[in-house]
Design a protein around this ligand. Structure first.
Ligand code: SAM
Length: 244
């Protein structure tokens, strides 16, 4: 799926059932997420990640943070408890519209629509911290490598990025389906299963390829851990990267 199509899909999902499209808990399908409970999950995720960084002696400076693939601002808002300024970027106009509607502090939290395969809207060395949770899995690998390069470019020296990427399908029943069935066919099944027009394609990138893309961009791998957020049908990792 090219970026235009990806944008159309996420815009659609953002109009149909935004919080479920972000955190696909089946019990919350059909716009059932309670807004406060939904944003509380963002605070929990950000707290957990910042605590892990502290334990690994890799805490970023509390200056400026970027949330790549911010959706309606679940993590962006939570980052503002620690960072002086936070920017959220998303490909879907509907997500950005709602993120702005929920924004509790527009003086420090800004949302940007970006349909480009890069982060040209930000200069080099702009951010102390970059977070991208459950986003890159939806993007084809031909774009993923470019975004990884951009993540390192926009970090300040000493800045830290944390992002999640599935590597390859696990040996579960669904994992086998993901290995054998092309996305074009899976998308028909996804449409029926969700009951929505928008679909969420999944694309794994092998861990070795992610690591080599990060190194080629000039980033240093601080740690790579298993990522449970992406479910059991994929072998997934959470990467912590520092810009020297
Ligand atoms: C599963 S949601 C996760 C949202 C947010 N990271 C969170 O955890 O609350 C994935 C988000 O990534 C956005 N997205 C997908 N492809 C993107 C791209 N190429 N650039 C920016 N955002 C993108 C989608 O519009 C959607 O809002």
């Amino acid at each position: 799926m090219d970026l235009d199509k990806l944008q159309q899909n996420w815009d659609q999902l953002g109009r149909e059932d935004p919080m479920w499209a972000i955190l696909a808990d089946p019990t919350q399908h059909g716009n059932k997420w309670d807004r406060e409970a939904f944003f509380a999950t963002g605070r929990e995720h950000v707290c957990e990640i910042l605590a892990e960084l502290e334990a690994a002696a890799a805490s970023p400076e509390p200056g400026r943070a970027l949330d790549f693939g911010c959706g309606v601002g679940r993590l962006t808002q939570a980052l503002a408890a620690t960072f002086a300024e936070v920017d959220g970027v998303d490909i879907a106009p509907s997500m950005i519209e709602q993120a702005n509607g929920f924004n509790p502090d527009p003086a420090r939290i800004r949302f940007h629509l970006n349909g480009r395969p890069d982060l040209a809207l930000f200069g080099d060395a702009t951010f102390d911290f970059l977070l991208s949770l459950i986003v890159l899995q939806h993007i084809e690998n031909r774009y993923k490598a470019g975004y990884l390069r951009e993540f390192v470019r926009v970090l300040r020296p000493g800045g830290v990025a944390v992002f999640t990427v599935p590597s390859h399908p696990a040996w579960t029943a669904r994992g086998v389906i993901y290995r054998l069935v092309p996305n074009a066919l899976l998308n028909l099944w996804r449409k029926r299963q969700y009951g929505y027009e928008g679909v969420m394609e999944l694309h794994g990138m092998p861990r070795a390829e992610v690591e080599s893309a990060v190194r080629a961009a000039g980033g240093e791998l601080v740690r790579v851990v298993d990522e449970p957020l992406l479910g059991t049908d994929w072998r997934s990792y959470r990467y912590t990267v520092r810009k020297p």
